[in-house]
Write a protein that binds this ligand. Structure first.
Ligand SMILES: NC(=O)C1=CN([C@@H]2O[C@H](COP(=O)(O)OP(=O)(O)OC[C@H]3O[C@@H](n4cnc5c(N)ncnc54)[C@H](O)[C@@H]3O)[C@@H](O)[C@H]2O)[C@H](O)CC1
Ligand SMILES: [K+]
Length: 498
């Protein structure tokens, strides 16, 4: 894997503070100079996004985020627009104080926030209340101001990070700004690109403040955004002299009574993503329907473990779990399949069974839990997983020694060694039945074509999300998992230069 560019890297607040300090020390920059650059960048974003805005209200907190706001307000005033500053507290440090003084020096006034009626109407509001210094849930006046801003339903430009959002986890800490656009300074923060952070940030822009890459050299980010061009190099193009055996044999196991559709989606997705052969081991009742729906699938009716044996011999990769159920039938197949120690993707009830009988994996394995399944695997609850998505994904990868895809807004891919990739694609229309079954087949197909568990997970999540975005162009509501099957082909063709 190529080293991601700094614009793809995601940092924690502690890392950001060290990077800030490095910029000041190495470059001889004053912190105030960085604040001025942040204000300049934010002003450019404001004009580009809202060129018709005639009135702006900047809400300034007591820290450096507020300092950015005071200097931005000065630029807006100097541009001839109507601008006022509503302050929450007084500047707590020398730079923010200097920024507030600069605002006053150009004739600006500072109005303390004194309840919702003290917040003037404006074309655009600027959230300069809290940035990476937020260290506890908002309450009191801060909470009321954030709730008032959200209730206005007017455009909000958030500086660095929306106030109320944890920059480390993407969890809302009490009331949280719902920004129209967030302009982040120097580097992305982890919390912006997963979970609640996506809705809180709205559109995202990164302003690097013209800092050289050298300021990042001391920090190992540990997390990065998937980059489509970087991924393209990881799926080998096909030569002409090939045969289907070279692209692997996936065995999809699942489809207990009434859930044949799940295993069909997984099997068909594996075919659509280039697996050479796909067998489906499922309840006998699904045989006719599956063959009629997708004759390219080799469907085997499975009453018990003994019928699974020959299939396990022939398959290179297992797609285990879609519609598997946790009854004795599914449990017996799950147990025998894992005993084969073949590369595998585990989803749905294969994960629920794993939560009951934990084990570490020696073969290349990808687990694809949604938050509730992750909670069961961690003996926790969904709310805690969602409030700590990075930590949950990394804990699972380490505990089960597998690559883990923690699904949801901003899906995370975590490796046992600790690195995390974040998927910037996908849409709310994908929160529908069967999407996980398709993802299972996609990843299994890539494993079967020789990719590592990490690469298969990263490319699989990216292709699945991009296919979902393509299919959602006709509308997110009513997007069906089967709608992804055809776009997957063109998405993968784009990945592989086919
Ligand atoms: N060189 C730099 O450091 C740059 C910083 N930039 C901007 O600065 C902020 C980080 O500023 P900081 O002063 O560290 O913290 P905040 O302004 O985010 O926080 C303000 C202040 O609020 C207090 N606080 C924290 N949580 C709460 C709460 N729930 N309720 C009330 N008060 C709270 C806390 O004590 C802080 O002191 C960064 O995000 C950038 O916007 C420049 O932009 C770039 C250079
Ligand atoms: K902010």
């Amino acid at each position: 894997m190529n080293t991601p560019h700094s614009s793809q890297l995601l940092y924690t607040t502690a890392q950001m503070r060290r990077i800030d300090a490095c910029a000041v020390a190495a470059l001889g920059l004053q912190s105030f100079e960085l604040m001025q650059r942040a204000a300049d960048a934010a002003f450019a974003v404001l004009l580009r996004r809202w060129p018709q805005a005639r009135s702006v209200v900047v809400c300034c907190g007591s820290g450096k985020n507020g300092g950015d706001g005071y200097l931005l307000a000065r630029l807006v005033r100097q541009s001839g627009r109507d601008v006022s500053v509503i302050a929450l507290g007084t500047p707590a440090d020398v730079d923010s104080q200097a920024a507030a003084d600069a605002w006053r020096a150009c004739g600006g006034m500072v109005h303390p926030f004194a309840g919702e009626h003290s917040l003037p109407l404006a074309d655009v509001y600027v959230d300069a209340l809290f940035g990476i210094g937020l260290n506890r849930p908002l309450e009191g006046g801060a909470a009321l101001l954030v709730q008032t801003l959200n209730a206005r339903r007017s455009p909000v430009l958030a500086l660095d990070i929306p106030s109320g959002l944890s920059a480390d986890t993407g969890a809302r800490l009490g009331p949280c700004i719902s920004a129209t656009l967030t302009v982040s300074f120097i580097a992305w923060k982890r919390g912006q690109h997963t979970g609640a952070g996506l809705d809180a940030c709205g559109e995202c822009e990164l302003a690097d403040l013209a800092l050289p890459d050298s300021v990042f050299e001391e920090e190992h980010a540990g997390a990065h955004l998937l980059d489509w061009n970087e991924l393209r190099g990881r799926l080998p193009a096909r030569s002409r002299d090939v045969h289907k055996g070279q692209f692997g044999h996936v065995l999809a196991i699942g489809g207990d009574h009434g859930t044949g559709g799940a295993i069909r989606l997984a099997g068909e997705a594996a075919l659509r993503c280039g697996a050479g052969l796909v067998s489906v081991a499922t309840q006998p009742e699904h045989l006719t329907a599956l063959l009629a729906a997708r004759p390219e699938l080799m469907v085997q009716p499975i009453a018990g473990q003994q019928e699974l044996e020959p299939l396990l011999q022939r398959a290179q990769v297992l797609a285990l779990g879609p519609g598997l159920g946790t009854r004795s039938w599914g449990h017996a197949l799950w147990h025998r399949a894992l005993a084969s120690a073949k590369p595998a993707v585990l989803d749905a009830d294969a994960l629920n069974l794993l939560a009951r009988q934990p084990r570490k994996f020696s073969a290349p394995t990808v687990l694809t839990p949604h938050p509730a399944e992750a909670a069961r695997l961690l003996a926790s609850d969904s709310a805690h997983v969602q409030a700590n998505r990075y930590a949950a994904a990394q804990a699972l990868a380490e505990r089960y020694h597998a690559v883990v895809v923690l699904k949801g807004a901003g899906s995370l891919i975590a490796a046992p060694a600790g690195s995390v990739a974040v998927c910037p694609w996908g849409n709310p229309g994908m929160a529908s039945a069967g999407m996980g079954d398709v993802l299972t087949g996609v990843i299994a197909a890539l494993l079967a074509q020789g990719l590592s568990a990490w690469d298969a997970a990263c490319l699989g999540v990216a292709a699945h999300a991009r296919a979902g975005d393509s299919a959602a162009e006709q509308g997110q509501r009513g997007l069906l998992a089967g709608d992804l099957l055809l776009p997957l082909r063109s998405v993968l063709a784009g990945l592989a230069h086919d």
